[in-house]
Design a protein around this ligand. Structure first.
Ligand SMILES: Cc1cc2nc3c(=O)[nH]c(=O)nc-3n(C[C@H](O)[C@H](O)[C@H](O)COP(=O)(O)O)c2cc1C
Length: 185
């Protein structure tokens, strides 16, 4: 049974929900999934090596993917270079379809450049806007970003921009990655 190490870094919970949905999809394909919250536990080298494929799903805050994802990629870069990898960036810029590919997403491009990662699957997924949840400074900053980028600025709104069909497609793609014969590039 192919195994997937599916790691995520989430601050407000949306990336966790996205990773859980992907995990369910991989399981539906008959794969074994190890779902890991990187803020709670960093997988060991042996766990990374044992996986047939590794997926990293990380939220963006203030232009950067969350530190637990950065730590994981820094620790396992060489090991990850040797196996099928998926890198999924969760952010609000990806509410615009043209900002979901490596060419369209500045976050994905920066991420791959900084980590040296060469993922077979790399995509940005839209997250959730939740003004009432944010501390005042974060709310102020996100409203400013939304104003600049033409998004909603009403401080009372909560909008889930996540395209769950796209999440399911990514889950399918991750399942296929783990199904590749080992050593395939
Ligand atoms: C304080 C803060 C900073 C954020 N910074 C960015 C950003 O720089 N670019 C972006 O596209 N989205 C940004 N977002 C949006 C988040 O990426 C989005 O809300 C995502 O769903 C968060 O995932 P999480 O719920 O797993 O933490 C930010 C959100 C917050 C609350």
């Amino acid at each position: 049974m192919p195994s997937v190490l599916l790691c995520y870094a989430s601050h407000d919970g949306q990336t966790r929900r996205i990773a859980e949905r992907m995990a369910a999809r991989v399981a539906a394909h008959g794969g074994r999934v190890e779902l890991t919250d990187l803020s709670e536990r960093q997988p060991t080298a042996a766990e990374v090596e044992a996986a047939d494929a590794v997926a990293v799903v990380a939220a963006v805050r203030y232009g950067h993917h969350l530190p637990p994802a950065r730590r994981f990629l820094a620790a396992h870069g060489a090991r990850l270079a040797a196996k099928p990898v998926a890198a999924i960036s969760v952010n609000l810029t990806a509410r615009k379809p043209e900002k979901r590919s490596v060419t369209g997403s500045v976050y994905l491009r920066k991420w791959l450049k900084q980590t040296g990662l060469r993922p077979q699957v790399a995509e940005a997924v839209a997250g959730k806007l939740d003004y009432p949840r944010y501390a005042w400074f974060d709310r102020l900053m996100i409203r400013l970003i939304m104003k600049i980028t033409g998004g909603p600025t009403d401080p009372g709104v909560t909008i889930e921009f996540t395209d769950w069909d796209a999440v399911d497609r990514l889950g399918d793609a991750i399942a296929r990655l783990a199904d590749q014969p080992s050593g395939a590039s």
